[in-house]
Design a protein. Sequence first.
Length: 306
Amino acid sequence: MSARIALLGFGEVGQTLASDLLAAGQCDLLAWDKLFLDEESGPSRAIAAFGERGYGDALQAAPGMAAALAGRDLVVSAVTAGECLAAAREAAAGISPGTLFFDLNSVSPATKSEAARLVEATGGRYVEAAVMSPIGPKRIASPMLLGGPHAAAFAPRARELGFTGVEVFADSVGRASAAKMCRSVMIKGMEALLAESLLAARHYGVESTVLDSLRDLFPGADWPRLARYMISRSVEHGRRRAEEMREVARTVADAGIDPWMSSACAHRQDWAATHRSALEQPRLEPLLDTILASVPTAGRPDSRLD
């Protein structure tokens, strides 16, 4: 019997999950994203493209949250970090008792705990998930840590649906997300640091020397390629990453540590998202130049050192 799934959020992660779930042929999907209300939005165009690929019978865009939840036995929440609680709160108002709520959002332990409280209060069964890698390479099979009292029971079903990278991590909500958030201090922080370092280095004409020094310190990595990839991820997904880093800062602060680095990273990620035109550049140096061209003084020839 195919699973009846409500998919909340139809951005990059939601579209990836939808594609893989439909390819496996074990479910029918109702998707809801508040951006469906705008016919020209990315999620609206994406779900229309699924219909053009022949998935119109198995994947439908719901007209609203309540319609998306009706008759579903599994809800997968893949919204942005800033929308996690709002989605849980709205879903809790219409979820049927016993429905599983699988929360993949990258938020703090405190936010996940509040989302769990909202869902469980109306009879839903909340399962925390922390995605521990970029979603692109392994897609639905990406490594995910599961948490909460229903995690162990849900894990076999998740694997049947294609979530083969799931691992039951804790029987309480929060620890899995703590691991994800602490990882993000490093990963999103590296993105921000590389952008700040290499943009300044390119301004002064010393980017090659900086990259060569990184090869000496961390041998084996193709630093120009890695830097271009990490900076471009910030440029393309900076808004979403900034939301996550504000949740990271909350996680760090809740541990009693001032989140100076994480808070600064959120600002840098937000800033990076304002330079999307740079994504047209396939190589690192032109990408840096495109960004620098919009910085008031960095691109001036007379401001560079010769």
